[in-house]
Ligand binder design. Structure first.
Ligand code: NAD
Length: 378
C-alpha cells in the first residue's frame, strides 16, 4: 500500500513518551506488528493514536511514509533481544529510520535494545549536532558544531580481564578500517553540509599506537579534501577550548570514548543558565539532544537521545523537540534540505517566541499545544 513518490522510512515510536512525541511528527504510516507484540503493552496510547494526531511532517508536506515498528514484549531468539528481526530488516530495506526512546527491559538473557541496533546494523558513526537555541538564553549564543564519534571500537570493545588479583586490564582496539570509515564520513559530512573545518580529537602523545593510527587515517582522508581545513587537537586541550570558546570548532571527529565525553560536554554548553531551577538545567539539553547513527550500506538511523521518561508518560507533557530535530537530521541525510529547514525554523521559532513551551523549558504548555504552535509556524 505504499505510493511510489513517497520515501519509506522506519519509525520506532519507542516506549513511555515515545508514542506521544512520535505522533507529533508523522504523516502516513504502515503498521507492522512484530512477534510478541501485545496491545496491552501500550496502555497509555489513546484510541485513535494510530490515525495520527499532530502531523508536523504533513504540515511541512514531507514526502515520507512511515513503516512503524514496535519493540516486542518477548525476546526474539534471532536477535536475542526485544528488537525483532523484522524491525532490523525494515531499517536495512528502507535505509533510513527514526527512533524514539526505548525503555531498557529488566532481567537477564537478552541484549540491550540500543546495543542490538548498533551491532546488527553496524552503526559505526554517531553524529550529534549541537547549536545554541535562538531566543533561549544559554551559556553561549554562538555554538554551532557537530561531533562525530566512532561507535564500534576503542575502549568499548568489551575486552577486559583480571591479570592477577588486584590487577585488571582493558584493551583499547583501534583499527585502520574503522578509523578510515569514520574519518571518511566526517569529511563527507563536512563537505555535504558546507562546513569548513574538521578537527580530529586525540591523545596520541600518550596513546601513540592507537590514537596515532586514528590520526594517520584522518590525515589520509584529509588529503582527499583540500577544500576542508584539517587540524588535530589533543583531547584535554579540546575540553578547555570548548568550554572557553565553543565557536572555535566546526566538525569534530574522534574515537569512541572521547566522543562519548565530548558530546555530553557539548550538550552542557547549550544547557540553561540557571534562570530556571537547577533540575531543569539538566533537562534542557536532554530535550534537544538528538543524533544520527550511520551504518553499513548507507543506513541512517536518527534518534532522540533522551529516555522514555516514565514519570511523565501518557500525560501530554513531553517535549517532542529532540525527536523532531532527529527527524530534521534524517531529512537532511535524505537531502530534503528545504523541508528540514522549514521544520527546524518552525520548532526554533516556537521556542524563541516563548508563548508555548513545555514544562522542561519552564513553560506550561502540553505536548499537543506546543505541537500545534509549531504547525502554526509551518
Ligand atoms: P529519561 O531521559 O527518560 O528521563 C530523565 C528526566 O528527563 C525525567 O525527569 C524525564 O521526565 C525528563 N525527560 C526526558 N525526556 C524528556 C522530554 N522529551 N520532555 C520532557 N522531559 C523529558 O532517563 P531515565 O529516567 O534515566 O530512563 C528512563 C528509561 O529510558 C529507562 O528504561 C532507560 O533505560 C531508557 N533510556 C533509553 C534511552 C534510549 O532509548 N536512547 C536513553 C536513555 C534512557
Amino acid at each position: 500500500f505504499f505510493s511510489s513518490d513517497l520515501i519509506r522510512a522506519t519509525l520506532f515510536p519507542g516506549d513511555g513518551i515515545g508514542p506521544e512525541i512520535a505522533s507529533s511528527s508523522k504523516r502516513y504510516q504502515f503498521m507492522s506488528l512484530p512477534i510478541g507484540f501485545l496491545s496491552e503493552s501500550y496502555p497509555s496510547l489513546p484510541i485513535g493514536f494510530l490515525s495520527e494526531s499532530y502531523p508536523i511532517f504533513s504540515a511541512a508536506d514531507v514526502p515520507i511514509e512511515w513503516e512503524e515498528h514496535f519493540v516486542g514484549t518477548e525476546v526474539d531468539p534471532r536477535t536475542q533481544s526485544f528488537v525483532t528481526w523484522e524491525s532490523l530488516e525494515s531499517v536495512r530495506r528502507n535505509k533510513v529510520g527514526l527512533k524514539g526512546p526505548m525503555a531498557t527491559p529488566i532481567g537477564k538473557g537478552h541484549r540491550s535494545l540500543n546495543l542490538t541496533l548498533r551491532k546488527e546494523l553496524n552503526l559505526f558513526a554517531n553524529v550529534r549536532p549541537c547549536y545554541s537555541l535562538p531566543g533561549y538564553k544559554t551559556r553561549y549564543d554562538d555554538v554551532n558544531l557537530i561531533t562525530i564519534r566512532e561507535n564500534t571500537e576503542g575502549e568499548y570493545s568489551g575486552l577486559e580481564h583480571q591479570v592477577v588479583r588486584g590487577v585488571v586490564e582493558s584493551l583499547k582496539i583501534i583499527t585502520r578500517q574503522a578509523s578510515l570509515r569514520v574519518a571518511e564520513y566526517a569529511f563527507y559530512y563536512a563537505k555535504a553540509h558546507g562546513r569548513e573545518r574538521v578537527s580530529a580529537i586525540h591523545k596520541a602523545n600518550i596513546m601513540q599506537k592507537t590514537d596515532g593510527l586514528f590520526l594517520k587515517c584522518c590525515r589520509e582522508v584529509a588529503e582527499k579534501y583540500p577544500e576542508i581545513t584539517y587540524e588535530e587537537v589533543v583531547i584535554d586541550n579540546c575540553c578547555m577550548m570548548l568550554v572557553k570558546n565553543p565557536a572555535l570548532f566546526d566538525v569534530l571527529v574522534m574515537p569512541n570514548l572521547y566522543g562519548d565525553i565530548i558530546s555530553d560536554l557539548c550538550a552542557g554548553l547549550i544547557g540553561g543558565l540557571g534562570l530556571t531551577p537547577s533540575r531543569l538545567d539538566l533537562l534542557i539539553p536532554l530535550a534537544f539532544i538528538h543524533s544520527l547513527n550511520i551504518g553499513e550500506g548507507g543506513i541512517a538511523l536518527a534518534e532522540a537521545v533522551h529516555g522514555s521518561a516514565p514519570d511523565i508518560a501518557g500525560k501530554n507533557l513531553a517535549n517532542p523537540t529532540a525527536l523532531l530535530l532527529s527527524g530534521v537530521s534524517m531529512l537532511r541525510h535524505l537531502e530534503l534540505h528545504d523541508k528540514a529547514d522549514r521544520i527546524q525554523d518552525a520548532v526554533l521559532k516556537t521556542i524563541a517566541e516563548g508563548k508555548y513551551r513545555t514544562a522542561d523549558l519552564g513553560g506550561s504548555s502540553k505536548t499537543s499545544e506546543f505541537t500545534k504552535a509549531i504547525i502554526g509556524h509551518l
